[in-house]
Ligand binder design. Sequence first.
Ligand SMILES: Nc1ncnc2c1ncn2[C@@H]1O[C@H](COP(=O)(O)OP(=O)(O)O)[C@@H](O)[C@H]1O
Ligand SMILES: [Mg+2]
Length: 238
Amino acid sequence: MISLQNVSVRLRDKEILQDISFNIDDGKNLIILGKSGSGKTVLIKTMIGLFTPDKGQIRIDGINTSTGDKSAVNGVMQKISMVFQNAALIDSFTVFQNVALPLYEREQHTDAEIHERVVKCLELVGLLNVLELYPSELSGGMRKRVGIARALIYEPKYIIFDEPISGLDPVTADEILFYMSEIIRTQEITTITITHDLQNLKQIGDTILFINDGRSTYYDSIERFSNSSDPAVKEFIR
Ligand SMILES: Nc1ncnc2c1ncn2[C@@H]1O[C@H](COP(=O)(O)OP(=O)(O)O)[C@@H](O)[C@H]1O
Ligand SMILES: [Mg+2]
């Protein structure tokens, strides 16, 4: 379980996030919505330890990420995988090598184990047929799926998607949403997805956290979101 309690974050003397609280139980799928610049990316970067809260606390599986002992904090952070907006693949590596790279770096696995895991992860995003291709030979949607496969390689307990479909054409976006929903349905994985897209929320989530100007003004089910009386939510879904 991930739990944030009254978290505030200042960056360069500016209050970016104020008093954010929420819980994600194991197996749940949270969606973070909000206008551009509202603080969504800063929020998830704070959760993975790239920024430090100046107030409040973050607990991941019971470990306080600010005050917990270093090895315990490292341990829980390793359970979280991020899919950044830009998949950042290595151009001179094949799809297989790109996905396998994190495992080679850990030097804990045999080649056969690595092969098995890479194949499993690429299967989850429908890319078994492109193992030997290079990123330049793939479409934008396929590159994105390779990025997702790479994020799955450690069998993370938590996975965070930052705007997984923004900038994609509608057909490619649907494809990514399909694979995300399949992963959510078939894997024991807890997800956080930042998105602007209001169309397909139920495929990839159960709860919405809405951020407006660094503050959470809605934290409840997807079903009730459209009936929220919060002015910022009303403007957002208009
Ligand atoms: N490293 C940083 N240092 C200072 N300010 C930052 C930094 N990263 C983001 N910000 C500011 O924090 C605010 C929220 O940004 P961000 O979380 O990226 O918004 P979004 O909701 O679009 O993801 C913006 O005003 C942005 O300029
Ligand atoms: Mg962002």
